[in-house]
Ligand binder design. Structure first.
Ligand SMILES: [Zn+2]
Length: 377
């Protein structure tokens, strides 16, 4: 019989052999031609310049953009001691969710670290067609406010992926959402809103795309599929519509409103919408690569920018060091902590103390009068 175990094993070994030889040949050719993957290339700079390693901020700071999920259950002592070591006075947990989760989280904070954390409420927009949507949602906001919630966080899913009962995309400027924006204005609680994504996520995934590495590592972030997603301009203009139509409501346009790479546009944006603040979460690398313009921008708009990092528990607390170094020092040519966000180097902005104080805590204290001022010494 032709098919025997022995023949089968021989065939398997033959195939493995071919693969191994091919692999070794490719490896040999790559070495010979001195080629490698872009992710592998990590040259160590030979530049000898001043290095200032800051492990805590010059002034106490308030991080308005965090996702420290353990606020719902843990005793928080670990988190608090990490915060102390960084000089972080207070952290806003934007992922407060709603209902029982929110109540438990508020109770836990009250029990374990009442002065160090605040929560933002999160809503479900996909029930927008329910006949009680408006009354239920407004009641939820009022109740959360009465229990001590500090603001409302709007996730990027609104405008990108949230669908109504017909399966249609819910626009950020949908008129049915207006009572929500208005109520937050009446209650004087800010709305932190992350809309869209970096514009590069809509561009071709080719060698010219600045976020090419990110799109390779996180392919789900690609937005260029027009049958699935709106255009960048659509989403962003819907977001700006609600800023314009609700001038009594304070909005925090997250991640520098994705204009960290165009500070002229961001300046114009802040001039146009006096009810809008912004924050630095996950976009510090945009400032660190243009230290002269970024310094000028932060000096001019020092009262409009809040400190945020977009912390979540998968990250190292040492990533905060890079924030201190970019904002405070005049160091040159140093690394950012995440290659897919910056394959370029950072430069310190050497901000004046008056600007540091605004960004680190003064602006946040103005926005959130409930934060204990004694935390800032
Ligand atoms: Zn975030």
């Amino acid at each position: 019989m032709f098919f025997t175990i022995k023949n089968f094993l021989k065939a398997v070994l033959f195939i493995i052999g071919i693969f191994l030889i091919t692999y070794l040949c490719i490896d040999y050719i790559q070495r010979k031609n001195n080629t490698m993957d872009i992710e592998e290339y990590s040259p160590i700079s030979t530049l000898k310049v001043k290095q200032t390693l800051l492990t805590k901020s010059k002034y106490p700071f308030i991080d308005v953009h965090g996702h420290p999920f353990p606020t719902v259950i843990s005793d928080l002592s670990g988190l608090v001691s990490e915060m102390d070591s960084l000089n972080m006075a207070f952290m806003v947990n934007l992922s407060g969710f709603r209902g029982l989760y929110l109540t438990k989280s508020l109770e836990n904070i009250k029990r374990n670290a009442p002065t160090r954390f605040g929560l933002f409420l999160n809503l479900d927009f996909e029930t927008i067609d329910d006949k009680d949507f408006e009354s239920n949602t407004l009641k939820m906001i009022n109740d959360a406010y009465n229990k001590g919630v500090m603001g409302l966080k709007i996730y990027k899913s609104l405008g990108l992926t949230d669908k109504d009962s017909e399966g249609d995309r819910i626009k950020i400027n949908d008129p049915r959402l207006k009572p929500i924006w208005e109520l937050c204005g009446i209650l004087k609680i800010p709305i932190l809103i992350h809309s869209g994504e970096p514009e590069s996520f809509w561009f071709d995934k080719d060698k010219y795309n600045e976020r090419w590495l990110e799109l390779r590592q996180k392919p789900g972030r690609y937005m260029g599929n027009s049958s699935k997603y709106p255009t960048y301009k659509e989403v962003i203009s819907e977001q700006h519509d609600i800023f314009r139509n609700n001038p009594q409501t304070i909005f925090i346009n997250a991640h520098l409103g994705w204009m960290g790479n165009d500070l002229d546009a961001l300046s114009e944006h802040l001039d146009k919408y006096p009810n809008v603040m912004t924050e630095l979460g996950a976009v510090l690398a945009e400032l660190g690569r243009q230290p002269k313009r970024a310094r000028e921008f932060l000096i001019n708009y020092k009262e409009r920018v809040l400190f945020g990092k977009d912390y979540n528990p998968s990250q190292e607390f040492s990533e905060y060091y890079t924030y201190f170094r970019v904002l405070e020092t005049d160091d040159e040519y140093f690394d950012y902590y995440r290659k897919r966000h910056a394959h370029w180097k950072m430069y310190g902005l050497s901000l004046p103390d008056s600007v540091l104080k605004c960004i680190y805590y003064k602006n946040a204290l103005k926005l959130f009068p409930k934060i204990d001022k004694n935390l800032i010494k």
